[in-house]
Design a protein around this ligand. Structure first.
Ligand code: MLT
Length: 248
């Protein structure tokens, strides 16, 4: 099984069987939390204006208007219904609704994965679901979103966690970024077993994405995103242009 990691989505060019898009803090975590809370679909766009245009298109032929969701500089976009905090994606807010999501890095990474045969969304909330669902003999790309063009530890750490679990199940061929990611995961907690959410949260806080969230007052979101295996679901791309995600 070939598993290649890209630390930055801009450097990813994928024809993989499965591309796993990783933006632990927080776009991937928001997508998993939203679908777990009963959202029907998450429609993703790179640009804020495209999100607004899509909202108009989807509104004209449905009873329930889609919710506009996402952030710029970690903060809810003016006029949008929801920001990028998993805590806001409650069943009372999102159940049976379509969401249109645009974020600074996460939805850009989704666009970078467009040419993969399948696109899945991964984060610590669905770590085991991801690692245990990958089919043997597939080519897998782990695409880290990074932050504003820089590598971020939280995404590389998650890639390493997936690789470590897959290592126990398959014979792996890894590129160098995968070897580095797996090593980071193995050395981060001083032991092989899964960290507690509290331990993981402490490590995530030290990452670039973590520091950004602490700076703007969203520290509690880091704890939510560190809730390993809170959900057993995988957002999978069900439509390509725009990229739409649902749980099958
Ligand atoms: C992103 O896509 O850039 C992040 O999810 C940023 C954030 O959580 O605010």
């Amino acid at each position: 099984m070939q598993m290649d990691t890209s630390f930055l989505s801009a450097s990813a060019s994928t024809d993989a069987d499965v591309a796993i898009v990783i933006d632990v803090l927080r776009a991937s975590s928001v997508m998993v939390a939203a679908l777990a809370a009963g959202a029907r679909r998450v429609i993703t766009t790179r640009e804020v204006d495209d999100a607004r245009d899509l909202a108009e298109e989807y509104t004209s032929d449905r009873d329930l208007t889609p919710l506009l969701c996402g952030e710029r500089q970690c903060t809810r976009i003016e006029g949008f219904d929801l920001g990028n905090s998993p805590a806001s994606y409650t069943a009372s807010r999102v159940k049976n609704r379509d969401l249109i999501l645009t974020t600074t890095n996460g939805t850009q990474a989704i666009a970078a994965a467009a040419s993969a045969k399948e696109v899945w969304i991964g984060c610590f909330l669905n770590l085991s679901a991801i690692a245990r669902s990958l089919p043997a003999d597939s080519n897998v790309d782990l695409i880290c979103a990074g932050t504003n063009g820089s590598i971020t530890m939280e995404d590389v750490l998650f890639a390493g966690a997936v690789l470590s679990i897959c290592d126990q199940r398959f014979e792996l061929e890894l590129n160098d970024e995968s070897i580095i990611a797996r090593q980071l995961w193995r050395s981060s907690f001083g032991r092989e077993t899964m960290p507690s959410p509290e331990e993981l949260s402490e490590v995530l806080k030290r990452s670039q994405g973590g520091r950004n969230l602490v700076r703007v007052g969203y520290e509690s979101d880091i704890g939510l995103c560190a809730n390993v295996d809170a959900y057993c679901l995988i957002p999978k791309r069900v439509h390509e242009e725009p990229a739409v995600f649902a749980v099958e």
